[in-house]
Write a protein that binds this ligand. Structure first.
Ligand SMILES: [Zn+2]
Length: 89
């Protein structure tokens, strides 16, 4: 157990430690999404297009518009949070 968690569980209710852990995890995930905003499109596995059975023709993936990348959920949340911050000023 890390000193931070030990301190949290000694001073506060045990569930507070889990809350802290969840907050840290969410914060880490958000940071991860800020640095790496995209994930491979699930439909085309990041290829951005589908090949025809002949292998000569292909079409763009509809879901990612041929980019092969999709914004991650955490990045959408981050963008949303930033827009709230911008509206406040
Ligand atoms: Zn796609």
């Amino acid at each position: 157990m890390s000193p931070l968690l030990a301190a949290a569980s000694n001073t506060a209710h045990p569930s507070a430690a889990w809350l802290l852990l969840a907050a840290l995890g969410a914060g880490g995930y958000l940071l991860h999404c800020v640095i790496w905003p995209y994930r491979a499109c699930r439909k085309c596995d990041g290829a951005g297009r589908f090949r025809s059975p002949s292998g000569r023709a292909w079409r763009y993936c509809n879901r990612c518009a041929g980019k092969g990348a999709q914004l991650r959920t955490g990045r959408r949340i981050w963008t949303h949070l930033k827009s709230i911050d911008r509206n406040r000023r």
